[in-house]
Design a protein around this ligand. Structure first.
Ligand code: TYD
Ligand code: MG
Length: 459
């Protein structure tokens, strides 16, 4: 027998090298190379002759002319959960492969079980669980009140046997929970290692494409926030969904990072209750529950997630620093962006915070990654720094440019309408977003410079 070959693969990006080095030459991360046994060429073993079809010998494809490719439109069917359908771009597409990532314990298995229970009323489904026993799943189903669902369940984590059963069972939707527990006999490394994750996922993808089965892979996320195992997983699948939220908050957001069949950045919102996840159909105000009347450092930001506005509270604390390099800490926001905004504040609003620690937090575990948050961050920081609270009926949005100008942002009108609907009284926003507003109950303060915005907020 030939000697097994060793390769070193990066646990971050999945790149492979013949020799160990301290730094991955592909993605530049340190200490991520792990020794693994190179996959042997797959053999169509006597034990699973059928599964051998998915070992890498796909039928030969023919060259076609683009205009002759028949397109029947993308037929979709709903998952039974509207919020999940929204993120998927309208439902599941046959033959598509979806990766559902998230921290352990966030509620991935709960979401899958609830959705499959509803789906199994119309479609044949197969739920493969590698983490929990069938009893555990049944127990959870009881708690969720879906114990009578016509759902096929398989507690297994060996790829070849799962593929065999799937070929026999012919489900329309196949779920693997989780990809990190799955292993194939053709590799000797442990389940969850880069090589195993990549190999098993790619064979499930191939299975899905060839049999037109919808495959949903559940994956855990590492501490750094990347999908555990290689990022290559994200390239292999059609859709990547992240399930996020704080462990101790009841709200859960599901977000599309990549979607070959729909728009990204759409979010679905759920609340985790003791009987499972409940959809939140109108989430715009759910993160705003200001109890304190005199909170300095707190500002309501009108953010936009996908096609809908979401109002969130930005809080800051600015405090005299005892460090040579004062701290700039953000939660739910971009740290670099804060540093940039503090420089703009210094130059164009005349407040220098070089000897202050600055902490900025978005309440409720929400992550905001749009420039429209800039003005809210600045006003929140200044409110804490000046120890002046802002009007409790005030909402804010707008991008801050490096020259101290306030720039217009996307979907201004939607944001204004939402602020009005939720009963705010004042809105500070970019002048560039003002066109198209007819009459408004709001006192709209349209500004072009940071200086104007600061004066309007603290007048
Ligand atoms: P789970 O779906 O097992 O998370 P994951 O698969 O992402 O690891 O979620 C487990 C958490 O959810 C656990 O901490 C308990 C909580 N939970 C509820 O609050 N209500 C419920 O009805 C269920 C089933 C779970
Ligand atoms: Mg789970």
């Amino acid at each position: 027998m030939a000697k097994a070959k060793t390769v070193y693969s990066c646990s971050e990006c999945g790149a492979q090298f013949p020799k160990w080095t301290g730094q991955c030459q592909d993605c530049g991360d340190w200490n991520t190379l792990q020794e693994e046994v190179a996959p042997s060429r797959p053999v169509a073993s006597a034990a699973n002759p059928k599964a051998a079809r998915f070992e890498g010998f796909a039928p030969k494809a023919d060259v076609q002319k683009l205009q002759q490719v028949s397109v029947k439109g993308t037929p979709r069917f709903g998952t039974g959960l509207n919020e999940l359908d929204r993120v998927l771009g309208g439902g599941l597409v046959p033959g598509s492969v979806i990766l559902l990532g998230g921290d352990p314990g966030i509620g991935k298995s709960t979401l899958i079980l609830q959705s499959l229970a509803l789906l199994s009323e119309q479609k044949s489904t197969l739920y493969v669980t590698g983490e929990e026993s069938a009893e555990q799943v049944a127990l959870r189903a009881q708690r969720l009140g879906v114990q009578d669902a016509d759902l096929a369940l398989l507690a297994d984590n060996q790829l070849e046997s799962i593929l065999d059963i799937a070929l026999e069972h012919k489900p329309e939707v196949l779920v693997m929970d989780s990809i990190q527990t799955l292993y194939t006999d053709t590799l000797q490394s442990a389940p969850g290692s880069v090589a195993q994750v990549r190999e098993t996922a790619s064979r499930l993808v191939r299975f899905g494409k060839q049999t037109k089965t919808i495959v949903i892979l559940v994956g855990h996320v590492t501490k750094e926030g990347a999908l555990a195992g290689p990022r290559v997983l994200e390239h292999m699948v059609d859709t990547v969904l992240y399930f996020e939220g704080e462990q101790n908050s009841t709200f859960r957001l599901i977000r599309a990072i990549k979607n070959r069949f729909g728009a990204v950045n759409e979010i679905g919102v759920f609340a985790m209750t003791d009987t499972g996840l409940k959809e939140v159909a109108n989430p715009s105000a759910m993160f705003i529950k200001r109890t304190q009347e005199d909170a300095t450092g707190s500002v309501v930001l009108v953010s936009q997630e996908g096609t809908r506005p979401l109002l969130v509270e930005v809080q800051s604390l600015v405090d005299q620093s005892s460090l040579a390099n004062p701290r700039r800490v953000t939660v739910g926001l971009d740290n670099q962006r804060l540093a940039m905004l503090l420089a703009v504040v210094n130059r164009h609003a005349g407040f220098s915070l070089y000897d202050q620690d600055v902490f900025v937090n978005v309440i409720g575990g929400v992550k905001v990654h749009e420039p429209a948050a800039d003005l809210a961050i600045v006003l929140s920081v200044l409110s804490s720094f000046k120890n002046r609270k802002l009007d409790s009926g005030l909402a804010v949005f707008g991008e801050v440019g490096l020259t101290g100008e306030i720039r217009p942002v996307q979907r201004g009108l939607d944001r204004i309408r939402e602020v009005e609907k939720l009963g705010f009284t004042r809105l500070i926003m970019p002048k560039g977003n003002q066109s198209g507003i007819k009459s408004s109950k709001l006192e709209i303060i349209a500004v072009t410079t940071l200086d104007q915005a600061v004066r309007a907020a603290f007048e």
